[in-house]
Design a protein. Structure first.
Length: 391
């Protein structure tokens, strides 16, 4: 990759002045990092994903929509986000719900495009993503899919003092149009020169945000563009899961846009290194987290299969199987809460306490069930090493 540093594009706009697209990283310093990420991803996708793909994808979508929405001020909790994404479109009434649904719709479109043979980033795709993300949202300035054209009395600023200062992006539509065309052309050049997606994607994300072409939705669109480029290059699940990583490191995420911009303005040789490093560390962590979660889901499937087989062999009875199945969904739960649960009470409605104790005792003896020092009860795998309850 030693030759990619020369892939520079200088653009002279009418009103904004000069804008510089550059790699801005030391490719030799990234070689081992890129290899570690690719190795981790290769190991991740060799696991039996067919058995857990549906659940893993569902969790990634919820976590990602929650992450990218919250970064931009969304108010829904992760549980509320999961609920909204299950609603019929006709049931959507609130703006917060619409924001979440819009992001999911944009994700679906982006993933479909990423899997289309020969797909390349272009302005139509970017406009479509923006339209899907901002449609039916109240904003008197924003026109879905249309670039900004600021009047003299409406100045757009990006950022704040706590994250490296305020930045005034291009204000004039013709400048924005020119820079977006050049961004796409520059990315095509990187693609033709075989610049790895792990470098291309964060750079497109970075420069897109510096152009900041729309009145609203730029952050959400930028993260979708990054994810789509990674997915088109063959990375699975992790590209969209990066939104949660950015939320978890939101201060660093916001600050790095200004750090890279200022280093470029000063003429530093590697102004984008910090953002690309940050992105690569996120991909490494996200892939590791997904791998652990996938392993956990496989473990749960194996456990569910084993207790079903135990029921079929009459090693456990129907009551015991019901208890284990409920607890498998909930995880470790205070025993008194379980005892008061209607589903649990109904199992022993006509049975005495000795039967209940005998059922639980046998499940513990068979190592299907555990009770910890806090009197929480749950399936034995809930306490297994590396157990992860969610993404």
């Amino acid at each position: 990759m030693s030759d990619i540093s020369s892939l520079v594009l200088r653009v002279d706009t009418d009103r904004f002045g000069r804008f510089l697209f550059q790699i801005g990283v030391d490719p030799d310093r990234l070689t081992s990092t890129l290899q570690r990420i690719d190795d981790a991803h290769a190991l991740f996708i060799t696991m039996p994903l067919s058995q857990v793909a549906s659940q893993l994808e569902k969790e990634v979508v919820v976590s990602s929509v929650f992450g990218t929405n919250t970064i931009e001020g969304g108010k829904l909790s992760e549980a509320e986000t999961a609920h909204v994404l299950q609603l019929d479109p006709d049931q959507i009434r609130e703006v917060e719900q619409r924001r979440a649904i819009n992001i999911k719709t944009a994700y679906d479109h982006a993933q479909a495009m990423a899997m289309t043979p020969g797909w390349r980033l272009d302005l139509d795709f970017i406009a479509k993503v923006h339209t899907l993300i901002t449609r039916d949202l109240p904003d008197s300035n924003n026109l879905p899919g249309n670039f900004r054209d600021n009047s003299k009395d409406k100045i757009t600023y990006v950022g704040d003092e706590s994250h490296g200062g305020r930045y005034k992006p291009p204000q004039y539509r013709a400048d924005i149009q020119q820079l977006m065309e050049k961004l796409v052309a520059w990315h095509d050049r990187l693609l033709e020169q075989n610049v790895p997606a792990l470098i291309r994607a964060p750079l497109v994300h970075l420069y897109y945000e510096l152009i900041h072409p729309y009145w609203d939705g730029n952050g959400r669109v930028g993260r979708v563009l990054e994810a789509t480029l990674l997915q088109a290059a063959g990375y699975r699940y992790a590209p969209f899961a990066m939104a949660r990583y950015y939320l978890e490191h939101i201060d660093e995420y916001f600050s790095l846009f200004n750090v890279c911009r200022k280093l470029s303005d000063k003429g530093e040789a590697l102004p984008n290194m910090a953002f690309v490093d940050f992105h690569l560390e996120g991909m490494r962590r996200v892939i590791h987290r997904l791998h652990e979660r996938g392993n956990r889901l496989v473990e749960v499937l194996l456990y569910a299969s084993s207790i079903r087989a135990a029921l079929d062999r009459k090693e456990i009875n129907a009551r015991q199987y019901t208890i284990l199945s409920h607890l498998l969904e909930k995880g470790p739960t205070d025993y008194e809460v379980v005892r008061r649960s209607p589903w649990y009470e109904s199992l022993y409605l006509k049975l005495n306490d000795k039967t209940r104790q005998r059922d639980l005792g046998k499940l513990r003896d068979l190592n299907y069930l555990r009770v910890d020092a806090k009197n929480r009860i749950g399936p034995a795998i809930a306490w297994s090493e590396g157990a992860i309850q969610s993404l």
